[in-house]
Design a binder for this molecule. Structure first.
Ligand code: IMP
Ligand code: MG
Length: 182
């Protein structure tokens, strides 16, 4: 994807819907939630790439329990706002998770396909426990039933960008979450 002008790029940022401050406030709360779940026991925080790379960086700094960080990549969206309907694990964790308390950190739950597949796969590996924390949830769009353990923000059916979320690989570096506009 290319932008002819910077004005064209900026037009994509239609409206800020969640500010950087609001995100940090909720992250402090979810950090406390994770601390209370594990009570000092070590956890493995699993980031689903690429969308959750910024979220996991802030989340990791908001928890006090000992934690490891792992990365997985699962793709269901390509270069457009349409879901492909196919979830592929394109990069897997580099360690065995049996014996681990696992917290999956996802950027957004849309149709629910990605996380229901990822959770199914990770459960087969017999972790001690498995929880799912999502930054954003768009429940109106659900195709596969899926309820996360913790949602920071529930949003309406909008395509959003920023704080890790992209449109055509751009806008991930915005410090806030905005509605994308053509
Ligand atoms: P699901 O499998 O349909 O739940 O898709 C989840 C994935 O789709 C997320 O991890 C995102 O990568 C992508 N996605 C869904 N909605 C949006 C959005 O509004 N903005 C950017 N990416 C999105
Ligand atoms: Mg994602």
């Amino acid at each position: 994807m290319e932008f002819a002008t910077s004005a064209e790029y900026e037009r994509g940022i239609k409206k800020v819907i969640i500010t950087a401050e609001e995100i940090q406030q909720k992250i402090a709360e979810v950090g406390k939630y994770i601390d209370s779940l594990y009570d000092g026991r070590p956890v493995l925080l699993v980031s689903i790439l690429k969308g959750s790379f910024i979220f996991i960086a802030d989340l990791a700094r908001a928890v006090s329990v000992p934690c490891e960080i792992g990365f997985m990549q699962a793709k269901s969206y390509y270069e457009s706002t349409q879901s492909s309907g196919v979830v592929k694990i394109t990069m897997d964790l580099d360690r065995d998770i049996s014996g681990c308390h696992v917290v999956i950190a996802e950027d957004i739950i849309d149709t629910g396909r990605t996380l229901s597949d990822v959770v199914k796969l990770l459960r087969e590996r017999a972790p001690l426990s498995l929880h799912v924390v999502t930054l954003l949830d768009k429940p109106e769009r659900r195709i596969v039933p899926f309820t996360p353990d913790y949602t920071l923000f529930t949003i309406p059916d909008l395509f959003v960008i920023g704080y890790g979320l992209d449109y055509g690989e751009y806008y991930r570096n915005l410090p806030y979450i905005a509605e994308y506009g053509e």
